[in-house]
Design a protein around this ligand. Structure first.
Ligand code: IPM
Ligand code: MN
Length: 361
């Protein structure tokens, strides 16, 4: 329709159950777009294990350049059991995150009403926080090396790399996010998670940068936890957290813990964000080879990734429609795990999409 807002989305369905969940995610995105007067067009890219097995190719430089033109990329899953571990992870997923400078990995941990939570006596009011995982540095940069390989004197190092501007840009994003959440009626509290008692250099850099920046945000309550203690509090008192900011590897680990307390990988989504560039949204559960092609996997994580994508594009109304519909679906689905939902993948996608278009209201 003329005059209608249009967004071009790059889609990487990827491996395993990726294509199935992306299909449902697209269904829901289109429903939300229709209801809120925006048009979405999708351009598909075939990166993944199958293409690698067929051609030996992960991603070409020219394809990275093509992706730079998109503000949003919608990713299913990368991972194939027939490919040696590390090749696809490094060659596709991390390659995209690094080369597109997606320096924020945003992972909401929100327990929707009706979803079974493994924590005793905790409910949706207690579990509603968001993790800002630094996404381009730290232990993921590949700095380090080995010598005397294969001998009993083999030496290996893997260096946690951060510079001040990498830390500052991540903290800045986090303080701004806490400010936005406060505006939305949430606590607006920012917790830095690190390990300053041991990481004398990197931990200290993060801590000092955090203490300096907090002066610019007097309205934001701040806190600090060591990573080990944070794992404990996340299970015992998840209500203490609102926005968490943490280096790459710690963020990788605690967001799996976070995914479990929000109901599991069936619902956990994340965004790899470059606020000035191309951002990529994905369910964080992986390719689930066991369930591939069975119409059994839960598409809600991919649908949630789609919701985050719309929010990132500034389409809050459309994102809100998805949130409501996911909430509706969560209250009906028995269990969020694949095979135990009481519904198939496409039935869950239909339920969410139809709730948005109004048929189920
Ligand atoms: C994730 C994954 C990746 C990571 C792997 C697949 C490289 O675990 O997105 O959390 O460690 O970041
Ligand atoms: Mn992970």
């Amino acid at each position: 329709m003329p005059g209608m807002k249009n967004y071009e989305i790059a889609v990487i369905p990827g491996d395993g159950t990726g294509p199935e969940v992306i299909r449902e995610g697209r269904k829901v995105l289109e429903a939300a777009g229709k209801r809120s007067g925006i048009n979405l067009s999708f351009e598909y890219f075939d990166f993944g294990g199958q293409r690698f097995l067929d051609t030996g190719q992960t991603i070409k430089d020219s394809e990275i350049d093509e992706l730079r033109k998109f503000k949003a990329i919608y990713l299913g899953a990368i991972g194939n059991p027939e490919v040696a571990p590390g090749i696809l992870e490094l060659g596709i997923l991390l390659r995209l995150r690094f080369s597109l400078d997606q320096y924020i990995n945003l992972r909401p941990v929100k327990l929707y009403p009706g979803v079974e939570c493994p924590l005793k006596d905790k409910g949706p009011d207690d579990i509603d926080f968001i993790v800002v995982r630094e996404n381009t540095g730290g232990l993921y940069t590949g700095h380090g090396g080995t010598s005397r390989k294969g001998s009993i004197n083999e030496v290996a190092t893997q260096v946690m790399v951060y510079d001040r501007q990498m830390v500052d840009r991540c903290l800045k994003y986090s303080f701004e996010l806490a400010t936005e959440r406060k505006r939305e009626g949430k606590p607006g509290k920012l917790t830095l998670i690190n390990k300053t008692n041991i990481l004398a250099y990197v931990g200290d850099l993060w801590f000092r940068a955090f203490m300096e920046m907090k002066e610019d945000y007097p309205q934001i309550e701040t806190d600090y936890n060591h990573i080990d203690a944070a794992c404990m509090w996340m299970v015992k008192n998840p209500e203490w957290f609102d926005v968490i900011v943490t280096p790459n590897m710690f963020g990788d680990i605690i967001t799996d813990l976070g995914a479990m307390i929000q109901g599991g990988m069936g619902i956990a989504a994340g965004g790899n964000i470059n606020p000035q560039g191309a951002s990529m949204f994905e369910p964080i559960g992986g390719s689930a080879p066991k369930y591939t092609g069975m119409n059994m996997i839960n598409p809600l994580a991919a649908i949630e990734a789609g919701r985050m994508m719309l929010k990132h594009l500034g389409e809050n109304e459309a994102a809100g429609l998805i949130e409501e519909a996911v909430s509706y679906a969560c209250a009906r689905i028995k269990n969020l795990s694949a095979g135990r939902m009481g519904y198939s993948t496409s039935e869950v996608g239909d339920m969410v999409a139809e709730h948005i278009t109004g048929n189920l209201k």
